[in-house]
Design a binder for this molecule. Structure first.
Ligand SMILES: [Zn+2]
Ligand SMILES: [Zn+2]
Length: 365
């Protein structure tokens, strides 16, 4: 258990430290609010959120990921006697030059680099299942000291009918996507994540989800670290929606990790206490100014600016809001709700609010 703890917390702390350096410099260079403090009154609370969420959600996230991966990708039965069973065969068409590949049942492969090798290697595999055939070019990266092997699919060619059982629609989508150039795939997947994320975020602003999302909006002074303040239920919903989109659309694990990294980094960035607007491009891409208006304590900006990357989604659905004079909102935080100050009180708050709402009038939102 201590190993799992440090495996979760140490990389989290390292990443956060990196973000702190970059965003503190940005906030120092272009401050949105005149009073610029590195450590504000509730930074400790945001840090407590940042470190407790990965620990708290580790087990539910892992279980859901296993469940959904099985649902979407394991639709072909593993039992050879079951109806719909298709035998898969995996072959290496072009062997890697600096290592050996072995094929296991599944079918799966492992790569063993030659002793002392570090750098890039490639191989080509062919997987056949019934009429379907998939040829993949795989780029392998080997790091020495400590030895680490990572890989990415750089090209996919399919023939036959690519749909298989339940996963047919998603298999087709993944195939279609995997055939685009890497950068096109990246933009498409980020857009899909943002489009669905927009509706997920709108849902969080609706009656029964708002008590959970209130927590994120409770920061009176928003900066990059405010991104971390998220109720565990809210964070669970966010992550599961992103997992689902990535499982359904992306074949290449390297692309998935780039998308997760970019979305997290950009989400921290748009919370920055920085005076950054993109001018006319504020109607296409989300700037810190745009998201800070999402956190504004003023009725005109309530339930506006939901997108993380593409503010054009807000424009498409009529929720885009920026005042003509591109200034930071005068006040940030909640318009009408009042919530407890401490971590535990905030965790309990939405449940207490939801149980109370049954016999009282509506909720704020
Ligand atoms: Zn919100
Ligand atoms: Zn926010």
């Amino acid at each position: 258990m201590p190993d799992t703890l440090s495996a979760i917390l140490v990389p989290h702390a390292q990443a956060l430290l990196g973000y702190a350096v970059v965003f503190a410099l940005l906030e120092f260079g272009f401050p949105a609010k005149r009073v610029q403090r590195l450590w504000r009154r509730d930074s400790a609370l945001d840090l407590a959120y940042s470190f407790s969420l990965p620990l708290l959600l580790y087990v539910p996230h892992t279980l859901t990921l296993i469940f959904f991966t099985g649902y979407f990708l394991g639709a072909v039965p593993a039992d050879p006697d079951a109806p719909g069973f298709i035998e898969r065969q995996l072959k290496v068409v072009e062997n890697p030059r600096h290592g050996a590949v072995s094929i296991h049942p599944g079918p799966n492969w492992t790569y063993l680099p030659q002793p002392g090798f570090s750098g890039l290697d490639t191989m080509v595999t062919r997987e056949s299942a019934g009429e379907n055939e998939t040829v993949k070019t795989i780029l392998i990266r080997v790091e020495a000291e400590p030895q680490k092997v990572s890989w990415a699919v750089t090209s996919v060619q399919r023939t036959g009918r690519s749909s298989e059982g339940l996963s047919g629609f998603f298999m087709d989508l993944r195939t279609w996507n995997a055939e685009r150039p890497f950068l096109v795939q990246l933009v498409l997947v980020l857009f899909a994540m943002d489009f669905i994320g927009y509706w997920r975020h709108r849902l969080m602003h609706s009656k029964y989800f708002w008590p959970f999302h209130t927590i994120h909006h409770s920061s009176g002074s928003v900066d990059w670290l405010s991104n971390e303040r998220m109720h565990p239920v809210n964070q669970f919903i966010n992550t599961i929606v992103s997992f689902l989109i990535l499982i359904a659309l992306v074949e290449d694990p390297f692309l998935s990790s780039i998308c997760i990294f970019l979305r997290r980094g950009y989400s921290l960035y748009i919370h920055c206490n920085a005076r950054i607007s993109y001018g006319p491009l504020d109607y296409v891409l989300t700037s810190p100014l745009f998201h800070r208006w999402h956190h504004a304590n003023c009725p005109e900006a309530e339930n506006r600016n939901f997108a993380i990357f593409f503010s054009c989604i807000d424009w498409m659905f009529g929720t885009h809001y920026l005042p003509a004079r591109r200034e930071d909102p005068e006040q940030l935080g909640l318009v009408r709700d009042r919530i407890p100050d401490g971590l535990l009180g905030q965790w309990i708050y939405p449940f207490a609010k939801l149980f109370r709402v049954k016999d009282s009038a509506g909720l704020g939102g």
